[in-house]
Design a protein around this ligand. Structure first.
Ligand code: AMW
Length: 157
């Protein structure tokens, strides 16, 4: 059977990367996560900015982020979340399709808490340990999505 495809801005996303589906949003694993469990909530409609979402879509994105955050925080043994929308290129947005980063956090993950924003703003290239963050393989992303999907049985149609 042919795998379904989705758009994330100019990028084509395969079904295997999607672990969460609601009426107006999708949860995707990240090609270049800045920390384990760094996932994305995107709108199903391909629009660049938060302001382009209507009330139902914006509400759905926030409720989706809430559900997804609950799961990734626990699964990655974290104790907090950074939920971020870089809303426009000058705010660090590199993919012109509205998305929220859901990033599990724990004590000591970044030397200074707000360094995470520098890392997100580095156009997603460099880790704090200065290792280059390579794009993950499809197989690696699929494994993570397969692990997360069962936690969202009501959100997988
Ligand atoms: W932005 O800088 O637009 O706020 O964040 C873009 C995010 O999208 C980054 O975390 C980046 O790793 C991720 N990304 C880029 N291309 C893909 C892709 N094909 N699949 C999943 N995530 C992607």
């Amino acid at each position: 059977m042919l795998s379904r495809m989705y758009q994330f801005g100019p990028h084509t996303i395969t079904e295997s990367q999607v672990f969460f589906k609601s009426k107006y949003s999708l949860g995707l694993v990240n090609l270049k996560p800045i920390t384990p469990g760094h996932v994305l909530v995107i709108s199903r409609r391909v629009v660049p900015r938060l302001r382009d979402l209507n009330t139902e879509e914006a509400t759905d994105m926030m409720l989706s982020a809430q559900k997804i955050g609950n799961v990734v925080e626990k699964q990655y043994q974290c104790t907090s979340l950074t939920n971020v929308i870089q809303d426009g290129p000058q705010a660090g947005q590199t993919v012109p399709h509205v998305h929220m980063h859901v990033i599990p956090r724990k004590v000591g993950d970044w030397a200074n808490n707000d360094d995470i924003y520098d890392e997100l703003a580095e156009k997603n290239k460099i880790r704090v340990d200065n290792e280059e963050r390579m794009p993950r393989s499809e197989q690696e992303m699929k494994q993570e999505a397969d692990m997360l999907r069962p936690f969202f049985e009501d959100n997988n149609t």
